[in-house]
Design a protein around this ligand. Structure first.
Ligand code: GBH
Length: 478
């Protein structure tokens, strides 16, 4: 039995991202992002869909806030569309006041209802112009300078925001955007999928550039805004849990650790410990960039909190063959079944996602220990349901599987706190069904059903109420 281990001011709520919910891609002067462009390439997105309408949030922020109120959420994590605020993206390009005003008003509206805004500056939707102008994320000097300018514009316009996230899951933009090509801008060495890209080098360059851009924005916030505004700032990293495929094989135990290093420590080690993990250097050699003393000064120590997105776990089996130059996992296999035949968890609609709450607790403790017990905000956690999209509405609204997922994962979070982790917030993914990237609208992650055929009308599912009910068990009474 876990008791009331969470602080009174523990922040719980729900998360979304701009391109996945807003729609209105050309309204009020918004410029195109790399996702607008990527969605137009035939074959990239299930159902040939895009974020053109999505949840129509650009016209329905009032409805979204009403949903948050109904769930009792204390906080809401959302992201800003860079190309709404600076349509061309660059530091010498004009600011679009209407786009900026949209977010400023939204923050005011949230606060008026007592909901704390947690703002992500970048959730993958880079202004397309920057990609065309100078290679976007691949161009360190230009990207870092343009991102720094963009971040400063937002810090200045929204002093009421006290929780800032620089980047969402740089792993995804780097690996899925520049190795497998599954995500925008779709670079890969596989010439059947893309005319450009080098999967063996580009993701590591992009990852490095994210770190330097993050460090630069944090320096700006700490020097120019934090003294008067008093907020905190960090980066959000994704990371799946791991179990050795054969716990009695030291090579599988080592491979499981290496999997965490290739996904999490790639970014977190430089930030907390000052360099890339030795396992990555060993496998990637000079393809992994090195830190100049200037870059390192920006990156090391640049997190006020650790933002953690977490969904699932795998059994990890080491490989005996030398690593492929395009490998990004750490030369290992990720499996759903262990050597002894244990299954990691039930199937969902997402091929990569199977619930396993204990792995969440273990990973929270692994991160806490490795990085000196930092303040952690879980910035995403949630699940899809196998076949949910094919069910009639009444059944979609009765999402017991998702409700049970939240019960298990929130309990695991409380257990981790009981064992020493310093967790101060939790945002469930997602407030509502939305554009699930390459999977289009077939996969739903919302605690709210969005009727895409019926004018984007929203209906709360059963799971929407469960998050608050669960946290009530673990948060100390006021
Ligand atoms: C989050 O990423 C995103 O932040 C959010 O926008 C999204 O809607 C949500 O998940 C649900 O998908 O293709 O085999 O290499 C979750 C972390 C990490 C999950 C990468 C998918 C890809 C596995 N993602 N993973 S693979």
């Amino acid at each position: 039995m876990v008791g009331k281990v969470l602080d009174k001011d523990f922040l719980w709520g729900f998360a979304t991202a701009s391109y996945q919910i807003e729609g209105a891609p050309e309204e009020d002067g918004r410029g195109p992002s790399i996702w607008d462009k990527f969605c137009k390439i035939p074959g990239k997105i299930a159902g040939a869909s895009s974020g053109d309408v999505a949840c129509d949030t650009y016209h329905r922020t009032g409805e979204d806030i009403a949903l948050l109120k109904e769930t009792g959420a204390k906080a809401y994590r959302f992201s800003i569309s860079w190309s709404r605020v600076i349509p061309l993206g660059g530091r010498n390009d004009p600011i679009n006041q209407a786009g900026l005003d949209f977010y400023v008003k939204f923050v005011d509206d949230l606060l008026a209802e007592g909901i704390i805004p947690m703002v992500t500056l970048f959730h993958w939707d880079l202004p397309n112009e920057l990609d065309e102008r100078y290679g976007g994320l691949l161009n360190k000097e230009e990207f870092v300078a343009d991102y720094a300018n963009y971040a400063r514009v937002l810090f200045k316009a929204m002093p009421k925001v006290k929780h800032w996230i620089t980047f969402n899951e740089p792993w995804c933009s780097s690996i899925l955007g520049y190795n497998t090509g599954l995500f925008a801008p779709g670079h890969t060495s596989d010439r059947s999928k893309s005319a450009v890209g080098d999967s063996s080098t580009e993701p590591w360059i992009v990852g490095h550039n994210f770190l330097v851009a993050h460090g630069t924005a944090v320096k700006i916030y700490r020097e120019e805004f934090k003294p008067k505004d008093g907020g905190i700032i960090g980066i959000t990293l994704n990371g799946d849990g791991v179990y050795p495929w054969d716990p009695n094989d030291p090579l599988d135990v080592e491979a499981a650790e290496r999997k965490l290093e290739f996904s999490i420590s790639w970014f977190a080690d430089p930030i907390y410990l000052g360099d890339y993990p030795a396992s990555m250097r060993k496998q990637l050699g000079s393809r992994l960039p090195t830190f100049s003393s200037e870059d390192l000064a920006l990156v090391k120590g640049s997190n006020d909190f650790y933002g953690m997105n977490h969904y699932t776990a795998n059994y990890i089996k080491h490989k005996t063959t030398p690593a492929d130059p395009n490998d990004f996992l750490g030369n290992l296999e990720t499996l759903f079944e262990s050597k002894s035949g244990d299954n990691i968890g039930p199937e969902t609609q997402s091929f990569w996602l199977r619930p396993n709450p204990p792995a969440f607790r273990d990973l929270l403790l692994w991160i806490s220990k490795r990085y000196g017990y930092p303040t952690v905000f879980c910035t995403e956690n949630g699940t899809s349901l196998k076949g949910e999209n094919d069910l009639p509405r009444e059944q979609i609204l009765d999402d017991e599987f998702r409700a049970e997922y939240f019960r298990g994962y929130i309990h695991a979070l409380a257990e981790a706190v009981e064992q020493g982790a310093k967790i101060q917030g939790y945002m469930a993914w997602s407030l509502m069904d939305n554009f699930e990237w390459a999977e289009g609208y077939e996969t739903r992650f919302g605690v709210t059903y969005v009727d895409y055929e019926g004018g984007q009308k929203r209906w709360l599912k059963k799971s929407a109420g469960v998050v608050g009910v669960e946290f009530k068990k673990y948060i100390k009474d006021e």
